[in-house]
Design a protein around this ligand. Structure first.
Ligand code: NAD
Ligand code: MG
Length: 390
């Protein structure tokens, strides 16, 4: 039996992971499941999977969680520290699917135990890629990509020599506003930004797909994960979301990964790696699909892509600033304090301010320094947002 833990179990990735595990309960011993406000879901999954511990991120919900788990053997816990402590309980395979920078500390703690970390939380690599990879190496832990594009690249690289890799192409559906007239983007509403043409995901990543901040983070994630130079990474708009990524080699060959837009594929690949096992995903009928289309991304429509390239060039802790400013700007948009196109402007302004202030982004990459610069960037972003509103 493999011991597994799922961080962010109640979210979109977490629920897809549980779907796969619940199909073969005899193969898994579930150690920890974590969530935030959806106590009913967390408690139900913890009971069904006979988890040892269920943890909510919110201290004030501990009573509710205890009540929901009354009469079972599942331990209840709450708070940020309890989540990180759960990551120190030994597991063979851990899913990192908390959304945002909150996923970094539990992910690092998991790597320190030397097991396998299946990483959906791309923010960890954007904020502290070097630290994540060094920690994995120091503790002989394994990091496996779960983001569909990065899983696709990882699969295209099996048996290949990195020295022969010329370029990596990650695809993007283009999100909700791919075909909107540019002048309408400023008026896009929360509802309009929260529906994705192809993927069913959490609200934050769905909005990030419309603004292309998701792809911007994935550019950085590609650089960190595969060690390729920024100029070797391309973004390609591919509205059908069937090809997730391509790797181009020295001989001109492109290896493309094709599959349905279903995250259970990338999750299942990381769960069973290095084996391939049967997965309950749709089998594509390409004759029926008939056509796949591609186009170049437009920097005017999606300034986030340019910002990600600036961040890669700046280096240091610029990724942590970028992510924190983006998370705050996204909160501002969700809360109705700023408009859709303001998000990229806020992030750009914060990047300029924080990267030009000495001592922030050139600090050593430790969890503490990442947390400090994250805090500074969130404060700056809140100030920039307030100024705009005023
Ligand atoms: P989601 O919003 O559906 O779920 C987020 C999970 O994190 C929930 O379990 C929630 O309870 C928990 N959470 C939220 N805030 C928390 C906090 N402060 N502390 C602890 N836990 C907290 O998100 P999702 O779509 O499942 O995405 C999860 C991660 O996976 C993100 O990093 C996202 O970018 C990445 N990802 C998602 C998809 C997808 O298809 N949904 C694809 C690729 C990558
Ligand atoms: Mg992705």
């Amino acid at each position: 039996m493999r011991r597994v833990s799922i961080f962010g179990a109640t979210g979109s990735i977490g629920q897809n992971t549980i779907d796969l595990i619940a199909r073969a309960p005899q193969d898994y011993e579930v150690i920890a499941l974590t969530g935030a406000s959806n106590i009913a879901q967390l408690a139900m999954d913890a009971k069904n999977l006979r988890a040892r511990v269920a943890i909510t991120a919110h201290d004030h919900l501990l009573g509710d969680l205890r009540d929901a788990l009354a009469g079972t053997d599942v331990e209840a816990a709450a708070g940020v520290t309890a989540i990180t402590e759960a990551a120190a309980r030994s597991a063979d395979w851990t899913m990192s699917a908390i959304v945002g920078a909150a996923g970094l500390a539990p992910g690092l703690t998991t790597l320190q135990q030397g097991g396998t970390l299946a990483l959906a939380n791309k923010e960890s690599l954007v904020c502290a890629g070097k630290l994540m990879l060094e920690t994995a190496k120091a503790h002989e832990a394994r990091l496996l990509p779960v983001d569909s594009e990065h899983s696709a690249v990882f699969q295209a690289l099996v048996g290949e020599d990195m020295a022969a890799v010329e370029r990596v192409i990650i695809t993007a559906s283009g999100g909700a506003f791919r075909d909107w007239p540019l002048e309408d983007l400023g008026k896009a509403t929360l509802d309009e930004a929260s529906s994705h043409p192809n993927w069913d995901m959490g609200q934050r990543i769905t909005i990030d797909s419309a603004s292309m901040f998701n792809k911007a983070m994935e550019l950085i994630e590609t650089r960190e994960y595969f060690g390729v130079r920024p100029d070797q990474i391309e973004v390609l708009i591919h509205p059908e979301s069937m090809i997730h990524a391509m790797v181009g080699f020295a001989d001109g060959a492109l290896m493309a990964h094709v599959g349905p837009p279903d995250m259970r594929h990338a999750i299942g690949y990381a769960l069973h790696w290095p084996e391939r096992r049967k997965l309950p995903v749709e089998r594509l009928d390409l004759a029926k699909i008939a056509q796949l289309s591609f186009r170049a991304p437009c920097d005017t429509r999606w300034p986030a892509l340019r910002l990600a390239r600036d961040v890669m060039e700046t280096g240091g802790l610029a990724g942590a600033v970028f992510n924190a400013a983006k998370e705050t700007a996204l909160d501002g948009f969700i809360g109705g304090r700023i408009g859709f196109t303001d998000m990229a402007e806020v992030v750009e302004e914060v990047l300029t301010i924080v990267t030009s202030t000495p001592g922030h982004i050139d600090a050593t990459m430790t969890l503490d320094n990442v947390a400090k610069v994250d805090h500074v960037a969130r404060q700056e972003a809140a100030r920039v947002i307030l100024n705009r509103a005023g």
